[in-house]
Design a protein around this ligand. Structure first.
Ligand SMILES: [Zn+2]
Length: 622
């Protein structure tokens, strides 16, 4: 019940989530899977010993090896991000995301990275680093961690809260060994890696770029980022430090390409807030906002504006409540709990004192907004005078759903605001000028665009060339391709993309099943979705081989049987003929009859209808 939730919620703030912090200072060595040891050094030490030129830290490491960069997901799509960095049988993993399914994957919940590459190499994994708390970076964790030996994980405090919450929902997720990091942390992972963090901005607080010092130089993985000089409830990216790292020499930059096709600079989260502020001023009725539960910066702004405009917030949608609760408890969302109202309080409030904040700006079926609009929500009904704000841009592919959602909203007398300034998805990522700034400051020798579709990677590569990175040193890879970087005897560093690929086939998650939906299952679903199915049941006398009575025909999604009596009757006759022409004494014969029914009836129905329903023959011997 919403009522009890809020009442409990208000009374239990700051109790449940107490992430295990490793603090800012020295922490005892921690045993990790594979026998490696993790040292978390303090920040002041990093200052006295300048970072960069990573090889000075690697007396024990062999600098003659090859550094391999393998991206398992995120080079042919926006989503499923997972990158691994390998050197001399030591691996660190960055992110473990999910990807939402394509349109031709009916019934699939989401896709996770394929981890076949780690088979037999579990001991090599020295740590998993998570850049931030969005699903396309954390969604695979509950499914993957148990499969790779549950190595130590490192992430920001808010990210840890979101990861732990997600893992509670999956029984297969082992108890995770998470250490909290921030921009002052410094980790030694295995013999070959020293890792530091750089705070960057995005649409959720606590985002970090990862600096990895390796025996062949420094690698930087930006994670998702934008450069925001006035972020909401987050610290701005530290440009000084980025420049300092650039000055020390960067061998390879892996950088976010999500908005690489968009010219200009990304707008600041606080100017998006100003726009919402102006909108709120003009609205007199209830405000209903649909957004992503992960857009915590946007959600913070809505809380601030609710307080400013004297409105209360009625929070809806499970993921929204979870995220707000976690972020509030660890201090990443700041608001007075009295801003939140329960069902009973909501009924007493005037319309101009209410903001209803929930999930579902993409027309998602079970999300709060859809349930309200279709009248399926328990307590909230749309009414004249309401204003519905879609606080996110439309993800390609969702256009039609959102259009029909808007039709239903307007028919009920409510107004719609779908303001492009409040563009959530693009809003979190660096645009062309920001990307160039990052490259100018870091001055990498090699560059590899990541985290987008191929054409966006290409656009990012063009930008890299514009800022002076040699085309030969820019690598546009596909998922699973291996970028190898090595040092020759004279100390020159060379890089090349191998043609060999590791396996990155889709692993699909459907309900409780992980990876058990193959392409064959998907093809069947598509066939059934497009042309339906027909079941043919024939009973055969085992002594004579004759068919008994009339075969039964059942159609679902193919034709309406009552209106197609002739077609059904002709199909029956065909089945009888097939049975008559075959012998049917052994099991082989039965299989043969089934195959013949499947093929011949399939062809027959196609010749009559130009449709290809799935034909399921059932032959019973009596
Ligand atoms: Zn993100």
């Amino acid at each position: 019940m919403a009522d009890s939730y809020f009442c409990i919620y208000k009374n239990t703030m700051i109790t449940k989530y107490k992430p295990k912090s490793i603090g800012r200072r020295t922490v005892p060595a921690r045993k990790v899977s594979g026998g490696g040891r993790v040292n978390i050094e303090n920040f002041s030490r990093r200052r006295t010993r300048p970072s960069g030129r990573g090889q000075t830290y690697f007396k024990a490491a062999d600098a003659r090896g090859k550094l391999k960069i393998i991206v398992l997901g995120g080079l042919e799509e926006v989503g499923r991000n997972m990158t691994l960095i390998e050197y001399n049988k030591e691996i660190i993993i960055i992110d473990m995301g999910l990807q939402f399914p394509e349109e031709d994957m009916p019934g699939i919940d989401y896709i996770i990275p394929n981890i076949s590459y780690f088979e037999g190499k579990e001991d090599w994994i020295k740590g998993v680093i998570i850049t931030h708390g969005h699903m396309d970076h954390i969604g695979g964790i509950p499914h993957i961690m148990g499969e790779i030996g549950n190595p130590s994980m490192f992430m920001g405090k808010l990210t840890a809260g979101l990861v732990r919450k997600r893992c509670e929902e999956y029984r297969e997720c082992p108890k995770l060994n998470i250490a909290i990091i921030d921009e002052t942390s410094s980790l030694r992972l295995g013999l070959n890696f020293k890792v530091e963090f750089l705070r960057v901005n995005h649409s959720i607080p606590d985002c970090f770029a990862v600096i990895i010092h390796t025996p062949v130089g420094t690698v930087i993985h930006t994670g998702d980022f934008k450069i925001d000089f006035s972020p909401v409830n987050d610290k701005p990216a530290d440009l000084n430090r980025i420049a300092q790292i650039g000055g020390q020499g960067v061998t390879l930059l892996l950088s976010d390409s999500t908005s690489a096709t968009k010219p200009g600079y990304q707008i600041s989260e606080s100017s998006i807030g100003d726009e919402i502020d102006r909108l709120f001023e003009k609205i007199n009725g209830r405000i209903i906002i649909g957004t992503f539960a992960s857009q915590l910066s946007r959600i913070q702004k809505i809380f601030d504006l609710a307080a400013k405009h004297g409105r209360k917030i009625y929070l809806q949608g499970r993921s929204m409540k979870d995220n707000v609760e976690i972020a509030h408890q660890i201090g990443y969302l700041k608001f007075n709990p009295h801003l939140l109202v329960c069902d009973t309080e909501l009924r007493r409030l005037q319309d101009n004192k209410i903001i209803i904040l929930g999930t579902g700006a993409q027309g998602e079926n079970n999300a709060f907004l859809m349930r309200v609009v279709t009248g399926e929500h328990k307590t909230i009904r749309l009414k004249r005078g309401d204003t519905v704000i879609f606080s996110s841009s439309i993800i390609p592919g969702n256009e039609r759903t959102i259009q029909s959602l808007k039709d239903i909203i307007v028919r009920q007398g409510a107004k719609i605001i779908h303001y492009e300034m409040m563009d959530v998805h693009a809003g979190g990522h660096a645009k062309q000028e920001d990307l160039k700034l990052m490259m100018r400051l870091l001055k990498p020798k090699f560059f590899m665009p990541i985290e987008a579709n191929h054409y966006m990677l290409q656009a990012h590569a063009d930008l890299a060339e514009q800022v002076g990175i040699s085309r030969d040193n820019i690598f546009i890879a596909d998922n699973g391709q291996i970028l190898e970087i090595e040092k020759d005897v004279k100390g020159n560093i060379g890089g090349a993309l191998s043609q060999e690929k590791v396996i990155t086939d889709y692993v699909m998650v459907d309900g409780l099943g992980v990876g058990d939906v193959s392409n064959i299952v998907l093809r069947d679903r598509r066939v059934m979705a497009e042309d339906g199915m027909i079941v043919v049941i024939a009973t055969i006398d085992s002594k004579t081989g004759d068919i008994i009575g009339n075969p039964d025909i059942i159609s679902r999604g193919f034709v309406y049987m009552k209106e197609n009596k002739k077609l059904i009757e002709d199909t029956r006759m065909k089945v009888k003929q097939i049975a008559k022409n075959s012998s049917s004494r052994t099991q082989n014969d039965i299989d043969h009859i089934k195959n013949t029914i499947r093929n011949n009836i399939g062809q027959f129905l196609f010749s009559k209808t130009k449709r290809r329903p799935m034909v399921l023959p059932v032959v019973i011997k009596v």
